[in-house]
Design a protein around this ligand. Structure first.
Ligand code: 0L1
Ligand code: MG
Length: 266
């Protein structure tokens, strides 16, 4: 049962959307609300996305967040969260990340799935999920909480589209049959200016990235929603996130999915 009125939800969606658009940090929503529950938080997320769609952005996919056991334990939840990916957030390996379009960005090494030409309605199993997937690649997600000091409660971060701001997709896109057997343990190294900053494995992504994909489809199914054909799905991070600053060259190196890089500019 929702605790906030429609008018309040719309006003909160405008607040997070304005912060993202103007690159201005805001006080977390929960600081001024008695109670912000998960249902209202996802409604605010959807309403803020609606504002983007009205400005001409298109939905290109979904992201999963808080998919590592360590992070879930740290914030005391037992399920991941999701957010929406739009056309204005999408970049290719080698593109620039502009600090003028961000607040306090961090980068995360991720695995992305590309859905084929059939939409997916859960519940599904991992074995069924593979039949819908057309490609798998490495990706760097840039997260940039709109909240002061990157601090929030879980409903806050859900309302803020799971902190997502940009994502850079790798050029090497493998077919499911090429990576299925190794996807559960792909080594991932994040370098900043050639120096190793994070080392991890795709195993840290909800124990296996395909499990994260399945969890997304099944969470959407609980709301009677489908995952659209052609969607890009960011499955989650293999390591902790790294803050970045202008002038840096960020490179994600992977065992089986090539490299993804970006240059941070003013
Ligand atoms: O993509 C993620 O796992 C991040 C989810 C939101 C939490 C954060 O901003 O660190
Ligand atoms: Mg992420």
């Amino acid at each position: 049962m929702s605790g906030l009125s429609e008018q309040e939800l719309l006003a909160l969606a405008k607040r997070v959307d304005d912060a993202a658009m103007k690159c201005e940090e805001i006080v977390k929503l929960s600081a001024t609300l008695d109670d912000l529950d998960w249902e209202d938080a996802y409604t605010i997320q959807r309403l803020s996305m609606q504002r983007r769609f009205e400005r001409g952005e298109e939905l290109v996919g979904m992201k999963m967040g808080l998919t590592s056991k360590a992070k879930m334990k740290q914030v005391n939840v037992d399920s991941p969260i999701y957010g929406h990916l739009t056309s204005s957030m999408q970049r290719s390996s080698g593109d620039d990340l502009l600090m003028s379009e961000q607040i306090h960005p961090r980068v995360e090494p991720e695995i992305a799935f590309i859905v084929g030409d059939k939409s997916i309605k859960g519940p599904i199993t991992a074995a069924q999920a593979w039949d819908y997937i057309d490609g798998v690649c490495a990706a760097i997600e840039v997260i940039d909480s709109r909240y002061e000091k990157f601090q929030f409660t879980l409903p806050d971060v859900v309302a803020d589209n799971a902190s997502s701001t940009k994502f850079f997709l790798g050029d090497v896109v493998r077919k499911p049959e090429e990576v299925k057997d190794v996807l559960g343990n792909i080594g991932m190294i994040m370098e900043v200016d050639g120096e190793t900053k994070q080392v991890g494995s795709s195993a840290a992504i909800y124990e296996h990235p395909i499990r994260s994909f399945v969890a997304l489809v099944n969470m959407l199914a609980e709301l009677d929603e489908e995952l659209a054909a052609g969607s890009i799905v960011l499955a989650g991070a293999a390591t902790a996130a790294e803050f970045v600053s202008a002038g840096q060259h960020i490179c994600l190196k992977t065992d089986a999915l090539g490299d993804v890089f970006l240059n941070v500019k003013e």
